[in-house]
Design a protein around this ligand. Structure first.
Ligand code: 2BA
Length: 109
């Protein structure tokens, strides 16, 4: 078995959980936030049989879409008379960042 952690855009999380449930994957949705943008995203956790990993990844690919987001950098601490011109930075936030880990033991009690 494998443990999948899929970090996805908050707007895609509901669609993804529903699509996984439709195909009988059990999931847990955690609220998370990205270290760079500091915006809410969602982490979907699912334990799947090895033979089902590709199917789960396919559902994640279909449900999650990349987006461009603009970040306004924080102004630095300024001395009087200094001038700061904030240039917005555009970043591409991926459809999903997925980690696939081996599970040593799995039990439902
Ligand atoms: P954030 O950390 O908020 O990053 C959002 C997007 O900002 C990233 O999209 C990437 O395009 C950009 N970015 C991140 N760090 C950057 C940096 N140091 N310089 C320039 N641009 C940067 P994604 O790569 O698609 O990542 C989306 C979210 O997935 C991340 O949100 C984070 O929550 C998670 N993530 C991505 N890579 C990870 C990793 N190696 N370990 C843990 N979480 C990760």
């Amino acid at each position: 078995m494998k443990l999948l952690f899929a970090i996805v855009h908050a707007e895609d999380a509901g669609v993804l959980v529903d699509a996984l449930l439709d195909r009988e994957f059990r999931t847990t949705r955690l609220q998370s936030s990205g270290g760079f943008l500091k915006q809410s995203n969602a982490t979907i956790v699912l334990a799947v049989e090895d033979a089902k990993v590709e199917e789960a990844l396919g559902i994640i690919r279909e449900s999650c879409h990349s987006r461009s987001q603009v970040v306004n950098p924080m102004p630095p601490i300024m001395e009087p008379g200094e001038f700061f011109m904030p240039f917005p930075l555009e970043v591409e936030v991926g459809g999903a960042t997925v980690f696939v880990l081996p599970i040593e033991r799995f039990e439902r009690i």
